[in-house]
Design a protein around this ligand. Structure first.
Ligand code: NAD
Length: 495
């Protein structure tokens, strides 16, 4: 990997991408994008509004109904998606540098955890584009009846700031493979890589209108996508608060379909017979990887009472030693939180943990040492003796804060694991594989990892139970969310 500090950042063309053209927003506004590690402004980005969303949706509709895209076979679409994936992978360092500067994550995390997986997901959906097919149905009577799989149409993809490039792959991959056209609205905190990807899509040869990028604020550009009567579906990753607004907007307009991925409060359940060292390592990075700004972050560690004290002590020792610092420095293990607002929210949760009587075992404060004085850095924080009803045990913090709870038996472990409104992911650590599989069935979450954590593969679906969301990202399960099923009946002549 190249030394990030020797690279010159290549910012994108700071314009919207609509109908294959880089254009200024109708109302001409901009908003500032900041480097959260230094507090310095990176650039001004166009603030798209409802008028721009409308232009983008019209372009996407034209491309969907009558442009060259609408006539392409799955195999042809797959070739274009593959080209985009290859270009993104080739430029992964260029993208990762911009992502690191914009999001605060380390350069190495930006490559390995964000840009490269985003490219891999696109490549995987490129392969899947030619596998979409219907089936002949065994109906009674003199009929030839078959089910067709057809794209849902124009998709609005509303993207968060924690894995900006990876999320583009997760959303664009299945939408394009299915034959949909898209209007992308990246997060206002991290819009730069989406604009860069828009330019790559032109280079790859996507026809005008297939991929449109409208940067802007949630309340204007985001809400305009949500309320647009000609958007057929929204694929969203972000907060439950915004998801509820999207649902209301869908209900108030055209009942657009929704795929929602809304984060979690994932338990990592550690039994006394677990492989201690492997479990410590995975639980540690399960929360502190990507600064804890991960929807499936293992933000609750539940440990059997026999192993609790040494396990939690080891986690705290590692947290105290973690190197927080310049995201571009290859030796940094944790960078800056994404924004001042996010940092304040995280510090607020830390305060609530202290006030509600949890035992602070590591961190617990902002880190302003040296280089970090003006950035959004928080020490990795671990609370022990957390009670199940405390805010830090219930709410998604989305930062480097771990809540540790103890349990006495399997039943209590399951009760604690399922005791939040969320259900995105969980891990179970034990030497007893039969028990692990039995408990995996009892955990109410979309993903259960046994003796591992944070494993992803494009063949496996990802998504949540309960308030963690609707539908799935990744794998062929994700494609279902972008396809309609049409039954076609033909009456056969009597013999
Ligand atoms: P958010 O839900 O406000 O933002 C996510 C996306 O939704 C952004 O692109 C935003 O512009 C857009 N948006 C906001 N309001 C909108 C509206 N009314 N209509 C349409 N789009 C709108 O999330 P946030 O404020 O950036 O983060 C707040 C919290 O959300 C975090 O602390 C975290 O708990 C959670 N979050 C979860 C994920 C995840 O991966 N599930 C990602 C980011 C944030």
């Amino acid at each position: 990997m190249t030394d990030a500090r020797s690279l010159t950042p290549k910012l994108p063309v700071l314009k919207l991408l609509i109908d294959g053209q880089h254009v200024d927003p109708v109302e001409g506004g901009t908003f500032a994008v900041t480097n959260p590690a230094t507090g310095q402004k990176l650039c001004d980005v166009p603030a798209g509004t409802a008028a721009d969303v409308d232009r983008a949706v019209k372009a996407a509709r034209r491309a969907f109904e009558s442009g060259p895209w609408s006539k392409m076979t799955g195999r042809e679409r797959g070739k274009l998606i593959r080209k985009l994936a290859d270009l993104l992978f080739e430029r992964r360092e260029e993208f990762a540098l911009v992502e690191s500067l914009n999001n605060g994550k380390t350069f190495k995390d930006a490559i390995r955890g964000d840009v490269a997986p985003g490219a891999a997901t696109l490549a995987n959906f490129a392969d899947m584009a030619s596998t979409i097919m219907g089936e002949v149905l065994p109906v009674d009577g003199p009929f030839h009846t078959y089910a067709l799989k057809e794209p849902v149409g124009v998709v609005g993809t509303i993207i968060p700031w924690n894995y900006p490039t990876c999320m583009l792959g997760w959303k664009l991959g299945p939408a394009l493979a299915s034959g949909c056209t898209v209007v992308v609205k990246p997060s206002e905190y991290t819009p730069l890589t989406a604009l860069k990807l828009g330019a790559l899509a032109l280079e790859a040869g996507f026809p005008p209108g297939v991929i449109n990028i409208v940067t802007g604020l949630g309340d204007s550009a985001g809400e305009a996508i949500a309320r647009h009567p000609d958007v057929d579906k929204i694929s969203f990753t972000g907060s439950g608060r915004t998801a509820r607004r999207l649902l209301q907007a869908s209900a108030a307009t055209n009942l657009k379909k929704l795929t929602l991925e809304l984060g979690g409060k994932s338990p990592q359940i550690v039994f006394a017979d677990a492989d201690f060292d492997r479990a410590v390592e995975a639980c540690f990075w399960g929360i502190f990887g990507n600064k804890g700004e991960t929807c499936n972050a293992g933000s609750r560690v539940l440990v059997h009472e026999k192993a609790y004290e040494p396990f939690v002590a080891k986690l705290a020792e590692k947290a105290r030693a973690l190197k927080v610092g310049d995201p571009l420095d290859a030796s940094t293990e944790m960078g800056a939180l994404v924004s001042q607002k996010q940092m304040e929210m995280v510090l607020g949760y830390i305060e609530s943990g202290k006030q509600q009587g949890a035992k602070l075992l590591a961190g617990g404060n902002r880190d302003t040492e040296g280089f970090k004085a003006k950035g959004c850095f928080v020490r990795p924080t671990i609370f022990g003796d957390v009670k199940p009803d405390m805010k830090i045990a219930q709410e998604e913090i989305f930062g480097p804060v771990l809540s540790c709870l103890r349990f006495r038996d399997d039943a209590e472990a399951m009760a604690l694991a399922n005791n939040t409104p969320y259900g995105l992911a969980a891990s179970i650590w034990t030497g007893d594989v039969a028990k692990a599989h039995a408990l995996a069935k009892q955990v109410k979450s979309g993903v259960v990892w046994i003796n591992c954590f944070n494993e992803f593969d494009d063949a496996a679906p990802f998504g949540g139970y309960k308030e963690s969301g609707w539908g799935r990202d990744l794998s062929h399960f994700a494609l279902d969310g972008y396809l309609q099923t049409k039954a076609v009946w033909t009456k056969l002549p009597s013999p």
